[in-house]
Design a protein around this ligand. Structure first.
Ligand SMILES: Cc1cc2nc3c(=O)[nH]c(=O)nc-3n(C[C@H](O)[C@H](O)[C@H](O)COP(=O)(O)O)c2cc1C
Length: 213
């Protein structure tokens, strides 16, 4: 059996030439997301979100990108969770899209803001009923004594909402990460990877640079 810690993959099927990169990084991101989807990357919209606590301690976890537009990268969660509380007290956020199987990653830094309540309502209404009930039953990131207690809480919520629509919990909703930097990384042979980084300037236009690998 091969040792996963000593595996060495030489990347490099595809270059990221300057002339291939679109001038708008959001459009470039959309293109790469659709490439990842076409290449059957598992959960191509999964992104690792990093936040920073009041004591400067960083933490990371995966969330799913649900929309991308000029406002930024949108995801949904519980506002009282660890990430939710951290983003409300310190909106600095970083995202990583780790598309290993196609030798690409996208890195984003930005500021996270809660989205309008109407948008969270709209998205919550599209979720499967089981997920809606779970959003009520689970106080995300809080300790619980057993799985049994959680399942009991689910049953209580199911009977509470029986026969009618499940409303969005007040502490569940979206954030949008407004990007200040977006980096496109393409793995190349001999670790001479391509990195193209966009930095948003004070005038809101994007400056673009190539970084050493
Ligand atoms: C593939 C994947 C997708 C996930 N998507 C979400 C999501 O969109 N929203 C969310 O709140 N948690 C999502 N989670 C769970 C989070 O990673 C995390 O466990 C949870 O949000 C609690 O994080 P926190 O305690 O750091 O706030 C996902 C996990 C995985 C592995």
């Amino acid at each position: 059996m091969s040792d996963p810690l000593s595996q060495h993959t030489d990347y490099g099927q595809l270059p990221l030439n300057d002339s291939d990169v679109l001038s708008d990084p959001i459009e470039q991101f959309r293109l790469w997301l659709s490439n990842a989807s076409e290449a059957n990357v598992y959960e191509p919209n999964a992104m690792v979100l990093s936040t920073v606590a009041a004591n400067s301690s960083p933490s990371s976890r995966t969330v799913l990108l649900r929309a991308i537009d000029d406002a930024g990268f949108e995801f949904f969660t519980n506002y009282s969770s660890i990430k939710g509380r951290e983003l409300i007290s310190n909106p600095a956020a970083a995202l990583v899209f780790p598309w290993y199987s196609i030798h690409r990653q996208v890195l984003v830094q930005g500021i996270a803001r809660p989205v309008a309540a109407a948008l969270s309502d709209q998205y919550f209404a599209t979720r499967p009923r089981g997920s809606q009930i779970a959003a009520h039953a689970s106080e995300q990131s809080q300790p619980i004594a057993s799985r049994m207690l959680l399942e009991e809480r689910v049953r209580e919520c199911e009977s509470e909402f029986e026969g009618h629509d499940v409303p969005r919990p007040a502490d569940w909703g979206g954030f949008v990460v407004e990007p200040s930097t977006i980096e496109f990384w393409q793995g190349r042979s001999s670790r001479l990877h391509d990195r193209v980084r966009f930095v948003r300037s004070a005038s809101d236009s994007w400056e673009r640079m190539r970084l050493q690998p």
